[in-house]
Design a protein around this ligand. Structure first.
Ligand code: HEM
Length: 221
């Protein structure tokens, strides 16, 4: 083994860094992110004439109508895997409430004002639960819209309501998604490296997720 590199089962971690995401976590996350981006763009194309041009960019209206629900199943499978991997880290801890009250300081990058956080901070947890619950609603409404011809005639009144709930829920996830990408790509330098390479500097871990850092390293500073 060459200088400073510690071999771990899934990722080689340079010295003075800690593993944040395993290969499986990163793989599921990025497959999910690609699937979600496709769903968002094709969904918007179907939803509003303003975005209909996207349908032609992505292969044509009939093509996106065919693939949207199938890619939805890939998104669904990966989000459930992510949930299996992260559900314990997404549980509320007492510090979360204080974190949420100080959210302004977080947005302004004044980390010294924030209470110590576990593997995920309270905002990341909120994002996760919004995405997960919305996914359930999108699944149920999406299946009804996928095969409307299978629905008994006397239940056809449900369809416009279903379309409304599906679209409104999708818009909520789009807002959450934009915040997630903005926070992780622009506001917290080092996060993209974490999700691409799997490891972060000990300094990053200590600054952003102190309780998690103390737990995985056993250190207090
Ligand atoms: C192009 C789209 C996306 C980008 C660029 C992106 C980027 C990232 C990055 C950089 C991280 C690491 C954050 C950290 O550890 O501090 C992360 C974590 C995470 N991502 Fe994404 N992501 C995307 C899409 C998604 C989608 C669609 C979901 C869920 C449906 C998702 C769920 C998560 C979760 C739960 C985490 C861990 C906690 C958190 O940071 O919020 N991501 N993402």
């Amino acid at each position: 083994m060459s200088g400073g590199i510690i071999a771990r089962p899934t990722t080689a971690i340079p010295e003075d860094e800690v593993q944040r995401y395993t290969f499986a976590e990163r793989a599921y996350h990025w497959i999910n992110a690609i699937a979600y981006t496709y769903l968002m763009l094709t969904g918007l194309a179907i939803f509003t004439p303003l975005a209909y041009w996207l349908a032609y960019v992505l292969g044509g209206p009939a093509t996106i109508r065919y693939w949207h629900p199938w890619i939805g199943l890939i998104y669904l499978a990966t989000i459930f895997w992510m949930h299996r991997m992260w559900k314990r880290d997404m549980q509320k801890i007492p510090e979360d409430e204080r974190w949420s009250k100080n959210i302004r300081a977080y947005a302004e990058n004044r980390d010294e004002l924030m209470p110590p956080q576990g593997r995920f901070n309270a905002g990341q947890k909120q994002f996760w639960w919004v995405m997960l619950y919305c996914t359930f609603i999108l699944l149920i409404t999406g299946i009804i819209m996928w095969i409307p011809e299978k629905m008994p005639r006397e239940l056809h009144w449900v369809l416009p309501i279903t379309v409304f709930i599906h679209s409104a829920t999708a818009l909520i996830t789009i807002a959450a998604f934009i915040i997630h990408v903005y926070m992780s790509v622009w506001v917290t330098p080092g996060s993209v490296k974490a999700m691409v390479e799997g490891h972060v500097s000990t300094n990053w871990a200590r600054t952003h997720h102190r309780l998690w850092y103390e737990k995985i390293t056993g250190r207090r500073n």
